[in-house]
Design a protein around this ligand. Structure first.
Ligand code: NAD
Length: 493
């Protein structure tokens, strides 16, 4: 597609697989008629690219385009079945540093059936870290492991993004969901950073919920929330729940934002069974594209297009997926839906709330306090090695048997402090009722339990363990940071 006027913003577009090409065509037709000034570069991604031997689903020249335009409007793609194919979404997000995933979840009652008329929640999901680092290891016959990595800079970027988003979009409250009653270090850091950064935004209300009860509350009473920020996995799950209870996953778009680049898409997949039949609802991708227009400053086109889309919904012109005889007036295909939106450009909805993207974007709302710098300043804590957890693949007896084998190996300068199995202390003083897998964590520290030890002592300990013929599978160092333990205690310890 060609340039649509002087001052056009270059963007990269991928038409994707399945219903992708149809909904992209419909979306671009609306954007063009709405007056969006875009200079479009088209790239190929997805199924055909995977099958041509690029295991990540994207070619080197496509990367060149993305790095040049820095703005990506992407239709859904089909990931081929079978091993060896990496998720293109995860690859693009991580490679381009798209750390924030933004998903507005809005109800359009009574025109689209929903249990929650009035729902208007924005999920801000951390997009790069957490269990999605994808670092997994099989440890023993019985036990697999996935590393959950949460970094302070990662938390700071996403939490600050959520508060800035709230300020710019006239939102009143930012809520944080974590499970820090259990994961005190990882989710605890996310919560701590949330509290630090919230203090810089006195005009925005803030609160924290434990994810389980928070999710239940969101599914039951979404009106209690405004913007919700959370780590990657919780955000992945709950953003689909939020979109679905608002009305349909087929209606939600999302933005993936980084410091240098951004990607916009529908949240649904390529729906292969619906492909090529002019049936699919283009609304998810269209709403993703509206987020893109706002991002690149095409606010007038964004507002015209979005209001015309709302008016189309309100006029009962619906694709099959949201068609409801009680409220719908006309069942249309993908192309006809886009034409109906185009015919309404310049109109606003009468019952649904019209959107407004023009006007000043407020910069204010942030305290000028040193707090801003305090949170982000590079910290270098005083780090002291105070012990080591050695993990074993072992299935030759009871916890007491393992304790008896290991305790003599600890000396002379270390002491076996405890053994745990799946996070529960089983030695000393375990109970015979406790089930134990073949994966054991054995904690060695100095006799008092807190004095510094050396790497040499750890290496010597491992040497004694090796000589005894025990299968140690990994170690984790126990360190204090500025005197605070940087490791969890076990249940029962
Ligand atoms: P899907 O979202 O494609 O489809 C789920 C259901 O929703 C289907 O019944 C489909 O008919 C319906 N549906 C989805 N979008 C619709 C629309 N716009 N209009 C009308 N109906 C719509 O999920 P799936 O079937 O699990 O996955 C299909 C493929 O999509 C898989 O290959 C998967 O890997 C891929 N996928 C891609 C993305 C992406 O590119 N961002 C995201 C999710 C899934």
């Amino acid at each position: 597609m060609a340039t649509t006027g002087a001052g056009a913003t270059p963007i990269t577009v991928a038409h994707g697989d399945g219903i992708g090409p149809e909904i992209m065509e419909a979306t671009l037709a609306i954007l063009q008629e709405a007056g969006a000034r875009l200079e479009i570069e088209t790239i190929q991604i997805g199924e055909a690219v995977y099958k041509s031997g690029h295991t990540s689903g994207i070619t080197p020249d496509a990367w060149d385009s993305l790095r040049r335009t820095k703005v990506f409007l992407k239709a859904p793609i089909t990931t081929p079945q079978g091993g060896g194919f990496k998720s293109l979404n995860v690859t693009v997000r991580k490679t381009l540093g798209l750390y924030a995933n933004i998903r507005p979840c809005v109800a359009y009652a009574p025109y689209v059936r929903t249990k929650h008329p009035g729902m208007d929640v924005v999920i801000v999901r951390e997009n790069e870290e957490d269990l999605y680092a994808g670092i997994e290891h099989r440890q023993t016959d019985q036990v697999m492991q996935c590393l959950k990595l949460i970094s302070r800079p990662g938390c700071e970027k996403i939490v600050r993004y959520a508060f800035d988003y709230a300020v710019k979009n006239n939102r009143k409250k930012v809520t944080c969901f974590t499970k820090d009653n259990i994961m005190k270090l990882t989710d605890g850091l996310f919560h701590k950073v949330f509290d630090e950064i919230a203090a810089e935004y006195p005009s925005i209300e803030n609160e924290h919920w434990i994810i389980d009860i928070g999710a239940a509350k969101m599914a039951d009473t979404p009106g209690a929330f405004d913007v919700i920020v959370m780590p990657n996995l919780y955000g992945d799950v709950l953003s689909d729940v939020a979109a679905q209870i608002a009305g349909s996953v087929g209606l939600a778009g999302s933005a993936n934002i980084g410091d240098h680049c951004a990607m916009f898409e529908a949240i649904h997949g390529s729906a292969p069974r619906r492909a090529g039949q002019n049936l699919a609802n283009p609304s998810g991708l269209f709403l993703g594209s509206v987020l893109m227009l706002v991002h690149i400053g095409e606010v007038e086109a964004a507002e015209r297009a979005h209001n015309a889309w709302l008016k189309t919904l309100e006029d009962g012109i619906h694709t099959y997926d949201i068609f409801d005889e009680k409220v719908s007036k006309q069942k249309v295909g993908t192309r006809e839906f886009a034409q109906a939106v185009i015919a309404r450009l310049g109109q606003k909805p009468e019952q649904l709330k019209a959107v407004s993207y023009s006007g000043d974007v407020p910069e204010a709302g942030r305290a000028t306090a040193k707090g801003a710098g305090a949170a982000t300043a590079a910290r270098k804590s005083k780090k002291e090695l105070v012990g080591v957890d050695v993990f074993f693949d072992w299935s030759s007896g009871s916890p007491d048997d393992l304790g008896s084998a290991l305790a003599p190996l600890a000396g002379p300068d270390l002491t076996l402090k405890m053994i745990s199995n799946r996070g529960l202390k089983v030695w000393p003083d375990g109970l015979p009722e406790t089930f134990c897998s073949d994966h054991w964590r054995c904690r060695f520290q100095d006799a008092e339990g807190g004095a510094p030890i050396t790497h040499r002592q750890v290496v010597d300990l491992l040497g004694r363990i090796e000589a005894a013929g025990l299968d140690f599978i990994k170690t984790e160092h126990l360190c204090n940071f500025d005197g605070e333990p940087g490791f969890s205690l076990d249940q029962g310890q």
